[in-house]
Design a protein around this ligand. Structure first.
Ligand code: PEP
Ligand code: MN
Length: 350
């Protein structure tokens, strides 16, 4: 069975009636595009930037709905008064942005303003990789009776973003899928990549992982955009990206057997990894005892640095990516400190 991705596309921000009309005209020629996104209130990290045209942009959207009755529109809301205006101007769907999802008080107020409405909703993940904040926002939408709810994965702001604007951390949307399998998940490759060159590859990765669609920022003249200029693409570039996407089958009986053999191998390797980790932490406990006897600090920065450098070099020789090896050993080291504190009778930090 073919699995058609749900595509939302449109400008980061509505900047003029002409700009919106030009995007709408181009996008309605792309059969894959289901909905036009238009940012009308922009959450800006610093004051003084372009904050969106608000209700004026919604009136242009409403006029374009008359001209192009088949086009559906969505916009971001961040406050209850935005909800009221968006509904009054007939938007088909609204979404909650990353910074809003992070604030349960705000999500509560926004969803209260939606009670009784049958509008569709999309909920972006919060900037931090906290799947419960994401789930909590979706639950709040459900509580006020919203039925059509999608999640949007837009990546995470980390201490080290390693080449992305917002690191994807695919395991977080995968956990959302495990806990809420009925919620479709879109990927926003524009805000993950932060640069238009990364959008095609991220979109393919998302589809390969079973995402249900994409939200992509599209602008008629991306380099002149008032917000997110580096990551917007022209409608023609979007068309090229979509035409190159390989749409995967949901399942394929002929490869089932081969896959189960390979998955069996993975399960064995994972089991060995877990046993090795358990052995490593037994040694770590002995180290904690020695450090306690000789009154040494738990964290030894020089030892940690030389261990990490050594593993990065060995990992590179084995063809493993630096970010991956670093991530694994940072996690192991953090756990190692926690285990040593526990062993020495200190308070657990988690
Ligand atoms: C946006 O979609 O334009 C936006 C502001 O994104 P995010 O909430 O993901 O930062
Ligand atoms: Mn944007």
């Amino acid at each position: 069975m073919e699995n058609k991705p749900y595509i939302v596309a449109g400008p980061c921000s509505v900047e003029s009636r002409g700009q919106l009309k030009s995007v709408v005209e181009a996008l309605c020629r792309l059969p894959q595009v289901e909905m036009v996104r238009c940012g009308v209130w922009k959450p800006r990290t610093h004051p003084g930037g372009f904050e969106g045209l608000g209700e004026k942009a919604l009136t242009w959207m409403e006029e374009l709905k008359d001209e192009y009755p088949e086009v559906r529109f969505c916009c971001e809301v961040a406050r209850p008064d935005h909800v009221e205006l968006a509904l009054r101007h007939g938007v088909d769907a609204i979404w909650i942005g990353a910074r809003t999802t992070a604030n349960p008080f705000m999500v509560q107020e926004i969803t209260e303003a939606l009670r009784g409405s049958s509008v569709s909703m999309m909920v972006k993940n919060a900037p931090s990789p906290d799947v419960d904040l994401w789930i909590g926002a979706i639950e709040r939408c459900r509580k006020v009776g919203i039925i059509d709810i999608k999640a949007i994965h837009r990546g995470f702001e980390l201490f080290r973003n390693s080449g992305y604007r917002n690191t994807p951390l695919w395991e977080v949307p995968i956990e959302l899928r495990r806990r809420m399998p009925e919620i479709p998940i879109l990927c926003d490759p524009s805000h993950i990549a932060g640069r238009r060159e990364g959008i095609g590859e991220l979109s393919q990765t998302a589809l390969d992982l079973g995402f249900d669609g994409l939200m992509v920022e599209v602008h008629p003249a991306p380099d002149e955009a008032l917000t997110d200029a580096r990551q917007q693409v022209t409608p023609a570039a979007l068309e090229a990206i979509l035409s190159r996407l390989v749409i995967r089958q949901l399942d394929s009986p002929s490869s089932d057997m081969q896959l189960s053999l390979l998955r069996g191998q993975i399960d064995n390797i994972d089991c060995q990894l877990l046993h090795l980790l358990m052995e490593r932490f037994e040694v770590v406990r002995q180290i904690a005892d020695v450090k306690k006897q000789s009154n040494m600090a738990l964290f030894q920065p020089k030892r940690w640095d030389s261990l990490l450098q050594g593993h990065l070099a060995a990992g590179a020789e084995l063809g493993l990516s630096e970010a991956f090896v670093r991530g694994i050993f940072e996690k192991i080291h953090t756990e190692s400190i926690r285990v040593q504190r526990e062993q020495q009778g200190g308070e657990s930090t988690t």
